[in-house]
Design a protein around this ligand. Structure first.
Ligand code: ADP
Ligand code: MG
Length: 270
């Protein structure tokens, strides 16, 4: 069980972001407050362009907020760090390195000896089900396999926190379901803290302890919905279907609201 009284692993307090480009200000994120407990799996769900990636990139330390602060273990986030592993939709593998070399890269850069780096890489490659593909190059792999390498590569660095930005968004539905199941299995083994961005309601229900719903641009948090069903979850079970309807309404309501249509779910909007 997650101890909600424990200090937050990740905390965002009044985090907002305005981008200035070509003399024009784009408000990407309105002030957001969020606390993620250690070992918690939180999904950020919202329509495209609502600032999900912006929020994740702030937590990753890739961009600085315009206002507010983000902390990790109570310390301000000022840049990227090895305790936060990032997985993006684009696989971000080095095309000129083999699977093995891609996964070993992080540990080697962090000063581990070759033998230890190799051992770690082997373990992680096996965990994501790619034993036998160590000497393949990324171009020889399917999208799903590349994303598995991406996950193994992050895990080889033994991060505390996984930041995942629509990691399965580019995959076909079947591959996506398999990867979701596998990710969940691996998460149940190690219980990293995970912040996972998605625009898929099903994905959020399948994976998350809590679903953070964001409004259409400029984004803000409009609801935080716990998912209490035990894992692995059956998306066709009555409670999943009820939750799916609720979350879909919340997200669609945001999109409709952005078009100037009246909100049907005012009670959720804070
Ligand atoms: N570097 C940037 N410069 C200008 N505008 C940006 C930049 N990054 C994101 N934005 C804008 O901020 C908004 C939120 O973007 P993003 O966080 O990528 O949304 P999401 O991930 O939810 O699709 C979008 O309107 C986007 O165009
Ligand atoms: Mg995005």
């Amino acid at each position: 069980m997650i101890d909600r009284a424990a200090p937050a692993k990740i905390r965002a307090k009044g985090v907002a972001k305005t981008f200035s480009s070509e003399g024009r200000d784009v408000v990407a994120l309105q002030p957001v407050d969020l606390a993620v407990a250690e070992g918690e799996f939180v999904c950020i769900l919202g329509p495209s362009g609502c600032g999900k990636s912006t929020l994740l990139r702030i937590v990753a330390g890739l961009i600085a907020p315009s206002a507010g602060s983000a902390t990790l273990d109570g310390r301000p986030i000022t840049g990227p760090g090895p305790e936060r592993g990032l997985v993006f939709q684009e696989y971000a593998l080095f095309p000129w390195l083999t699977v093995m070399q891609n996964v070993m890269y992080g540990p080697l850069v962090r000063g581990l000896g070759r033998r230890e780096a190799e051992r770690r890489a082997k373990t992680q490659i096996a965990r994501v089900g790619l034993e036998g593909f160590e000497q393949h190059f990324p171009r020889q792999l399917s999208g799903g396999m590349k994303q598995r390498v991406g996950i193994a590569r992050v895990w080889a660095n033994q991060p505390d926190v996984m930041l995942m930005d629509e990691p399965f968004g580019a995959l076909d539905a079947i591959t996506r379901n398999i990867l979701q199941r596998d990710l969940l299995k691996l998460w149940l083994e190690e219980r990293h803290t995970v912040l996972f961005v998605t625009h898929s309601v099903d994905e959020a229900i399948f994976l998350a302890d809590r679903v953070v719903v964001m409004s259409a641009r400029p984004g803000r948090i409009t609801a935080i919905v716990p998912v209490e069903a035990p894992r692995p979850r059956d998306l066709l079970a009555p409670e999943s279907i009820t939750l799916k309807a609720e979350l879909t309404r919340l997200v669609e309501d945001q999109v409709m609201g952005a078009r100037g249509e009246p909100s049907r779910l005012r009670e959720y909007v804070n």
